[in-house]
Structure formats: C-alpha cells, structure tokens
Write a protein that binds this ligand. Structure first.
Ligand code: SF4
Length: 369
C-alpha cells in the first residue's frame, strides 16, 4: 500500500484545511440525477493534484458511478472539458471556477460548478488596502472592491473592515460573464467599470497581478492589490507602466507586417469567430494578407508552422496576448491593438481587449455594502 499514506495526507491536508469545497452538494447532485452512470471531473492546475483524492471521496458515497478525470489544463469556466461528453460522461463537475452564465447557450450538457472558497481572514488586509488607496488618491474615501471567486463569499468581511476605518464601500454587478458581485476575471472587469463613477479607486483582494491587471487596464482609477496570503499591499502603477511599454513595443513591431494570422480559440468561452472574421476583412480591406487559424491550446509549438507570417492577432483569451507575449517570437496583438497598427485608433485611445458577456447581470449596478 505504498500510496495510502500520501492519499491520507492529502485528504486532511492543505486543500481541505484551507478551502471549503462543497463535496456534499456534489454527492447530492449525482445521487439526485436520475440515470447518472458516468461523471467527469475537471480541475484547474492548483487543484488537479487532489483529483484522485476527491474522486475517492465521491466514489465512496456514490457506488456504481464511474468517474473520468480531465488531465488537460483548465484556466477558467471559459474552458469546460466538453470533450468528455463524447466519452459518454453524463455530468461534468467543474472545480475551482464559478459559472459563466453567458456561455450556457453554447453547449447542451449538464455542468455543475464547485467553488474552492478560501477560509482566510481577509479583514485586516482589506482595511490596509483601503488605506493605501486613500494615500494614493490624496485622501479618497470611496472604495470599490473587486476580488476572485476564491474570496467572493467574504465581500462583507472586506467591506466591514474598511467601513470601520471610515471608508465608503461599493461593489459592482458587472455582466453575465461573471457569476457574482464584485467578481474580476482576467478578461472581464465589468464589475469594476459599473461602479467606476462612484469610487476613487479599487482595492483588489486576492493574490497575484493577473486579475487586478485587468481592471487597472480597463479604468482610469488607481488599483491597489491587497494580498490576504502574504499581507502584501501595493499599487499596480509600476506593473502597468511595464506592461504598457511591452504593448507599445509589440504594436511598433507589427507596423511593418504584411501577412497576419488571425487566431480563434476553440474553447467554449474563448471563441470569438465573428470578431475574427471582421478582423480578417478589415486586414484585407487595408491590403494585407490574413488567415483564420483555429486552435485549442495556444503555444509556439503549435503556431511555429506559421512562422512565415509577420504578426498574429488573437481573438481568444486576451491574457494569452498580453501575458504570454514572450513565448512567441513574432508580435501578437489584441484586436484593439491591431486598430492602432492600422491607424483606426490612436495610442492615446489604447483599450484593453475586454471579453464581455452577453448582457448585464440582473442585480443592481451598484451595491453599497
Ligand atoms: S482571462 Fe482567459 S482564461 Fe481567464 S476567464 Fe478570461 S478568457 Fe478565460
């Protein structure tokens, strides 16, 4: 039994100590779904290490049900393992991300989303974030909170900590690419822009630059990162300066390009074929050569066969363009960046390539917590 100890450690280990994941609800869904014989399990990288342990827990309570684990990367709810449906899987359990309602009409399958809700106390770091924002905005007291699915259930704790220090707190609803209030995706900051007029700036409660970069790019208001894991509190100013320089360089490099590849992502929530067709047409009208290139997994290994082209325009996940640019030896642009190259937009009108939902979320636009 060489692996039993490892499995035991994982079952009671850091995942379940740090996160609430409602596996009881998963069991209830499987038991209550008539005729369910096979269940797919999909995890983001950070949780896939626990996949077999979670299967063991579920299987013990659902005898006779087969489980199939997807080993492919999963970057968001935009990226559902729909390929498991062809294997005869009846129901997909997608862990670690919240539902993306705007894509539900694009597939005909049963999907259950299971968030990993972090148990961390976010109060002290939220208050520190609000203080930093006030310092950055010369005494501003109106704070917009944005966060990720891991901490969204703690919006009240964040707001209470800020209000105790005299701040006025707002949370936006955003559009239906988002599952809840105040949620930020790497490609969608509508929960922020919906309250932009009401606040002096934003405090992002969460870790890493990936999510707050989106809102820092999308609004003119300052953004402060308040990391509940490390306690780090800082503005995004320096990071954004660096990114803007990188994007400027990519645009400059693409200015002499003649032949373009227009990339279309085939993952269900990353596909923008209509936009890609429009871009191809626009390029051709300007006398350029343009090819529509569809792919599931973005990598230079897959794209190297198009190295004779001069530049790429990516209509899929915008963060592939802005964050992974160093992996591609040729310039890769977002659609708004291409407009700058073609003279349809000025550098001063630079815009982030936001991936919007199809309609506003039903809640009020602005919520005062
Ligand atoms: S940033 Fe990219 S991976 Fe994340 S939700 Fe948006 S499209 Fe998906």
């Amino acid at each position: 039994m060489p692996y039993e100890g490892e499995h035991q450690r994982r079952a009671t280990g850091p995942l379940f100590e740090s996160y609430d994941m409602d596996l009881d609800a998963v069991v209830a869904r499987i038991r209550g779904r008539a005729g369910t014989k096979s269940v797919g399990l999909q995890f983001p990288d950070g949780l896939r290490d626990y996949a077999t342990e979670i299967e063991r827990i579920l299987a013990a309570q659902t005898p006779g049900v087969e489980y199939v684990i997807s080993a492919d990367p999963s970057y968001g709810a935009c990226d559902l393992a729909l390929n498991l449906q062809r294997l005869g899987v009846d129901l997909l359990i997608h862990f670690g991300h919240t539902e993306m309602p705007s894509i539900n009409h694009l597939f005909d399958w049963d999907v259950m989303y299971v968030s990993a809700r972090h148990k961390l106390d976010v109060g002290p770091v939220s208050a520190a974030g609000a203080r930093k924002l006030s310092e950055r905005t010369n005494g501003g007291k109106r704070v917009g909170i944005v966060t990720t699915a891991q901490h969204q259930h703690k919006l009240h704790q964040m707001a209470d900590a800020m209000k105790r220090e005299g701040f006025e707190v707002f949370v936006g609803a955003g559009d239906n690419r988002l599952a809840g209030l105040g949620q930020l995706l790497g490609c969608n900051y509508t929960a922020g822009t919906s309250i932009e007029e009401d606040v002096d700036g934003f405090v992002y409660v969460g870790s890493g630059d990936f999510h707050p970069i989106a809102i820092a790019w999308g609004t003119d208001k300052p953004v402060v990162l308040a990391d509940p894991y490390s306690g780090e509190v800082r503005t995004l100013d320096e990071v954004m300066d660096r990114l803007m320089r990188q994007r400027f360089a990519a645009i400059q490099r693409a200015k002499d390009a003649k032949a373009f590849g227009v990339l279309v992502g085939t993952r269900v929530g990353q596909e923008r074929m209509r936009l890609a067709r429009g871009i191809k047409k626009m390029l051709e009208q300007k006398g350029h050569e343009a090819h529509l290139i569809a792919l599931d997994f973005f990598s230079w290994d897959n794209l190297q066969y198009f190295r004779h082209l001069d530049a790429l325009v990516n209509t899929s996940c915008p963060r592939i363009t802005t964050d992974d640019y160093a992996r591609y030896p040729m310039p890769m642009l977002t659609p708004p960046e291409l407009e700058i190259v073609l003279g349809k937009r000025t550098w001063e009108e630079y815009a982030f390539d936001e991936f919007k939902g199809t309609k506003p979320r039903p809640e009020e636009r602005v919520v005062r917590l």
